[in-house]
Design a protein around this ligand. Sequence first.
Ligand code: SF4
Length: 369
Amino acid sequence: MIRRRRRTRRIYVGSVPIGDGAPVAVQSMTKVHPRHIAITLRQIEEAAKAGCEIMRVAVPDDEAVQCLQEIRERSPLPLVADLHFNPRLALMVVEKGIEAIRVNPGTIRSRKRLREIFEAAKEKGVTVRVGINAGSLPRPYEERFGRTPEAMVACALDAVELAEEVGHRELKVSLKASDVPRTVEAYRLFSRRSDYPLHLGVTEAGPPFSGGIKSAVGLGILLAEGIGDTIRVSLTGDPVLEVRAAYHILRALGLRERGVDIISCPTCGRCEVDLEPMVLELERRLAHIDRPLTVAVMGCVVNGPGEAKEADVGIAGGKSSGVLFIKGRVVEKIPPEKWIERLVEEVERLVAEPPLSGNGGCTGPAEEP
Ligand code: SF4
């Protein structure tokens, strides 16, 4: 059972709403130094095409601050500048203009400097993510609580209080650890004590397969409990993979939909066609589709017709031919070598039809009154 989404404040990163019932926003991060302006922009554009709504860019030095300006002017997405260690860089970025910054009280340790950053951000209308990380907690919190969820939450609440002291409330908070139990617990604890919107993530999740699973478990638990307003799946890989993984997680929980959901059977001794390469090819050929559709490819008649019938387009297999279903109707029998071609054809035909509703792909449960 998915709980209703927790009520949080509404903030914005650029024009993207976060919190207060807005669709869970999908974020990613560029993977090169901003001095590589063309590559950074290409990564942002590709992520945007895959459905990314906010992009974070690391700003490690002065050169990055200069390059960020050009990147921002040409970026199709609102940007979050990721700042650590050097408060001067944070102030420069805010001064030059940016939609949001991420600061970590564990790497900008001076309370005075953190306060200055919040003040400048408030003045310039820059949203701030207070990004707590279990691996870089300020010493006093670590000494008092250890590297625990309690330490992460105490650190976040103190930073939020500091921002509020200077009147800045365009804030969101993340509390990331590299393991799921601490991450989940930290977000749960924080969400009981504050209504600032939460940016969910499991930090340093790992390579795409294992990292995707780790993120799906951690983010999935929280989202199912109604916690989380924006997500980033951290993977060692292309930002597009992060965005796709995010949508798979949101779709699995019925929170958002985008692109083709391929339902394929795992195959077994009854399967009479070479299904695995077919499914991989289908996935590749339908990757550009952003309309939410389900496509089923099933190896035999055990569960095949049932699943294929429920999908927008589906094929239930057999050795010599499969039955093609469109919106639950049997359309024709086709031999396995033509399955992929026909499925792609039918999906493209459906996509060319006008959509039935314009809800922006958000299918999340209504927010609590
Ligand atoms: Fe096996 Fe048929 Fe089920 Fe596929 S649909 S896993 S081939 S029983």
